[in-house]
Design a protein around this ligand. Structure first.
Ligand code: IYR
Length: 231
């Protein structure tokens, strides 16, 4: 990754330092911090990747707030290298499904190694992706690489990854289900979403209410002792 000190042109400072404003921290009494953190964990721990969606419409405004929240993510040199394309039009979603399933057929039938297929087998996934049409909205998240809007990208993948985390968290706490779907390769998404070549799709995220009879694999998160090391 490129990490020279040069200012990316296009950042509206002309190389000068930004003016500063007072920080407005959320003030949480120290005594309430653990409870706040625990409560948020309780909410987030119920997020599951869902593959069976209802076609029930989304409540007004939620997608917009979720994308605004995603776009609060920190980004390398504040370049904000993301684009969130929201597909709700049935014809557009049909095209998306058709193109994604064509790639997935190749993936499951030819491209994936035996080892990869073995790792996926317990999840029961296959080439068929009805959720791309059933879910009322699909958000395709693009990384914005070097081009007219972003003359110099910095930490693009990391920045977009953090933004997607915030997106999933916001949608989840609004009662909506998501699936981080990753058709591979994703180039076809530029055409489906009318985006220029410097934008590279990184995530396809159906959003909606889960189907009433939706089931999820009985899998568990690693215990804290396994993921946290205190030195
Ligand atoms: N893109 C394929 C395969 C797939 C890969 C991983 I890694 C997963 O965690 C799940 C699926 C698909 O969406 O089916």
């Amino acid at each position: 990754m490129d990490q020279t000190n040069e200012q990316p042109s296009g950042v509206p400072t002309g190389g000068l330092a930004y003016p500063t404003v007072p920080h407005r921290p959320l003030t949480v009494p120290a005594g309430a911090a653990e409870e706040r953190a625990r409560t948020f964990h309780e909410v987030m721990d119920r997020r599951r990747t869902v593959r069976d969606f209802s076609d029930r419409p989304l409540p007004e405004g939620v997608l917009e707030w979720a994308i605004r929240t995603a776009a609060t993510a920190p980004s390398g040199a504040n370049v904000q290298p993301w684009r969130f394309v929201v597909l709700t039009d049935p014809e557009r979603k049909r095209r998306l499904r058709e193109a994604a399933e064509a790639e997935e057929r190749e993936f499951y039938g030819r491209r994936a190694s035996a080892e990869w297929l073995e790792a996926l087998a317990p999840l029961g996934t296959d080439w068929s992706k009805p959720f791309l049409e059933v879910a009322p909205a699909v958000i395709v998240v693009f990384e914005v690489h070097k081009g007219p809007e972003t003359p110099r990208p910095y930490y693009t993948k990391e920045s977009v990854g953090i933004a997607v985390g915030l997106l999933l968290a916001t949608l989840h706490q609004a009662g909506l289900a998501t699936l981080t779907h990753t058709p591979s390769p994703m180039r076809f998404l530029n055409e489906v979403c009318d985006r220029p070549p410097e934008e590279r799709a990184a995530y396809v995220i159906p959003v909606g209410y889960p189907a009433e009879d939706a089931r999820v694999p009985d899998i568990h998160r690693k215990p804290l002792e396994q993921v946290m090391i205190r030195l």
